[in-house]
Structure formats: C-alpha cells, structure tokens
Design a protein around this ligand. Structure first.
Ligand code: COA
Ligand code: NAP
Length: 263
C-alpha cells in the first residue's frame, strides 16, 4: 500500500551507497519502481551486480568502499556521467557487531565509525557538486543507537549519533538548494542488522518489548519514508530524523496492552 503515484520519481537519478542488500536495496528498488534511474554501491562487486540486476534494466551496480573518499567519489562521478546529475543520494552503508567496549579493539571501534560516520561524510561531501539543484534530497540511514545508549554498541552509538548531527549541520549549510534528512529504522525483519543485533530468542524478545506496534518493521516501510522525504510532499522538510520504528524509541512498551488495564 503506497500513497505515491507510479511515476513519481521519473527522470530522477538516485544513488544508494550501501544499496546492495537489505534495507538500502529495498530503498533503491522502490525508487526504481517509481520510475527513477538507480545506482547502488557496495564493496563486493558481484553482490553489487546481482543487486543491480534485481532492481531492473539500466540499474548500475558499482564497487566502492565508503571509507575511501576517492573511490566513492569516483563511483558517484560515474553515475552522474551515465545517468545524469544526482537528485537523491542515500548514505546507508554500515557495519555492526555486538561487542563490549572493554573487549573492543581500537581498530574495531574505528572500523564502525569509519564506515558509518566518515562514510556518510564522504558520500555527502563527494556528491555535493554532482547534485541537480535546487531540489536535491540527501538521506542518511541512522539508527536508534544515535539517541538511546545500548550496551555492546559503543561504536555504533557513537557513529550514528555523529550521523544525526552531521545531517543537521549539512541541512543548515546546504539549505537553499539541498534538503538533508535522516531515517532511523527500528528492527526490520529479515535483515543483516537484525541477525547481528538480535541473534537469539532472548535478545529478540527484548527488542520486541520496545515496539508499541507489536510487530517487526518491513523493508518496504523504510523505503516509503525515503520516497516521502525525496518527494514534493516533503519540500519544506530538512534537518529532521524520521523514525520508522513503530515507536520503538519511546521506551519499553512491554505493558502497552490496554486490554489488561482498568476498564
Ligand atoms: N567482535 C569484536 N570485534 C570485531 C568483531 C566482533 N564480532 N568483528 C570484527 N571485529 C574487529 C576485528 O577483529 C578488527 O579488529 P582488530 O584488527 O583489532 O582485530 C576490526 O573489527 C575490523 O575487522 P575487519 O574484519 O578487518 O573489518 P572489515 O572492514 O573487513 O569489515 C565489519 C567490517 C567488521 C563491520 C564487518 O562485520 C562488515 O563488513 N559488516 C558489514 C555488514 C553489516 O555489518 N551489516 C549490518 C549493518 S547494521
Ligand atoms: P546490510 O544488508 O548489511 O547492508 C549494508 C550494506 O552496506 C551492504 O550493501 C554492504 O555491501 C554495504 N557496505 C558495508 N560496508 C561498506 C563499506 N565500507 N563501503 C560500502 N558499502 C558498504 O544491512 P541492513 O541491516 O539492511 O542495514 C542497512 C542500514 O540500516 C544500515 O545503515 C543500518 O545501520 C541501518 N539500520 C538497520 C536496522 C535493521 O533492523 N536492520 C535498524 C536500524 C538501522 P558490501 O558488504 O558488499 O560492502
């Protein structure tokens, strides 16, 4: 179910960093369904090609590591040359694993900050003069760890908090021509992130207890939010972080079953 017309993104060029699997691939797919020319990038070239093939004819699948400014800049230059100036850029590449800070190596911490935070700077800085302006839409994929501290997530919490502030600063600096927003997904079914953060039943139950909607999210629901933020309907929305999490960040929703309350 969608509120958007089938050709909403016709004649738009969309680049999704980290768009070769999971939520970001779902975002890329949705823009393509709505008529956009789409390119995705990840580290693994075969995975990128498979992802592009799954999106449809004309989609580009490129190999670039967001930690390497020249590599990701080069990928976006190629996209702009082949598909046209960039209208929408999504920065969604991320790395994560559960690890207690006292046992996390400096390189482990740095690796996640480098992919998530520095990678997002590289993607947004690198695309700046490749954007079609005015009207371009930049979207960072962040997470609840940006605002809610979570054990075993020192690296991801620090990185995603940095992303939220980067979104706000860029929205201020690039304001007239470019809108910059973030999407903070909740636990999304069938994703690598969920498999890593909730690897067993008790962790899954703890995540589930926080969801007022009492169900996992779907990739397509995050994709709809990305389309909204890049649509004319969001023409005055900039510098915001849109939670697509069934209300998960509100706190522990274990006792939200009103049927058990006083009538
Ligand atoms: N626990 C603790 N430390 C870990 C770890 C874990 N589960 N996994 C990796 N590390 C450490 C490594 O030991 C290494 O540190 P060291 O040099 O001190 O030993 C450091 O992290 C970098 O690991 P490396 O495997 O070299 O990094 P990479 O750049 O090849 O891969 C990762 C990056 C580690 C984030 C990898 O998990 C990845 O590619 N993830 C992408 C997919 C993903 O995470 N999706 C979910 C998104 S929410
Ligand atoms: P995923 O399937 O593992 O997607 C990660 C993508 O990033 C892949 O395409 C991966 O491809 C790419 N990538 C990783 N490191 C990269 C690098 N250094 N350079 C370029 N590309 C890189 O993960 P997901 O679970 O769908 O998560 C997607 C986004 O949503 C992430 O930003 C995550 O933090 C956020 N999020 C997810 C959830 C959830 O429930 N899953 C919840 C909140 C937020 P390669 O491996 O080939 O590089």
């Amino acid at each position: 179910m969608s509120a958007f017309d089938d050709d909403l993104m016709a004649d738009r060029t969309v680049f999704v960093a980290g768009g070769t699997s999971g939520i970001n691939l779902g975002i890329a797919r949705r823009f393509a369904q709505l008529g956009a020319r789409v390119a995705v990038a990840g580290r693994n070239p075969e995975k990128a090609k498979t992802a592009a093939d799954s999106i449809g004819p004309g989609a580009l699948g490129l190999s670039a590591d967001v930690r390497d400014y020249e590599a990701i800049r080069g990928a976006m230059e190629q996209v702009a040359a082949e598909l046209g100036p960039l209208d929408v850029v999504v920065s969604g590449a991320a790395g994560n694993f559960l690890a207690p800070a006292a046992k996390m190596s400096a390189n482990a911490f740095r690796t996640v900050v480098d992919i998530d935070l520095n990678g997002t700077f590289n993607v947004f800085r690198g695309c700046y003069d490749l954007l079609r302006t005015p009207g371009a839409s930049l979207i960072a994929i962040t997470a609840g760890q940006a605002v809610n501290a979570m054990p075993m997530q020192a690296h991801a919490c620090a990185a995603k908090a940095g992303i939220n502030q980067l979104v706000r600063v860029l929205a201020m600096e690039w304001g007239p021509d470019v809108r910059v927003n973030g999407i903070s997904p909740g636990p999304i079914a069938g994703t690598e992130g969920m498999a890593r953060l909730a690897p067993d039943d008790s962790t899954r139950a703890a995540h589930y207890a926080r969801i007022p909607m009492k169900r996992w999210g779907e990739i397509e629901e995050v994709a709809e939010a990305a389309v909204f933020l890049s649509s004319p309907s969001a023409s005055y929305v900039s510098g915001t972080i849109l939670d697509v999490d069934g209300g998960s960040q509100l706190g522990d929703a274990t006792r939200n079953d009103t049927s058990k309350g006083l009538a």
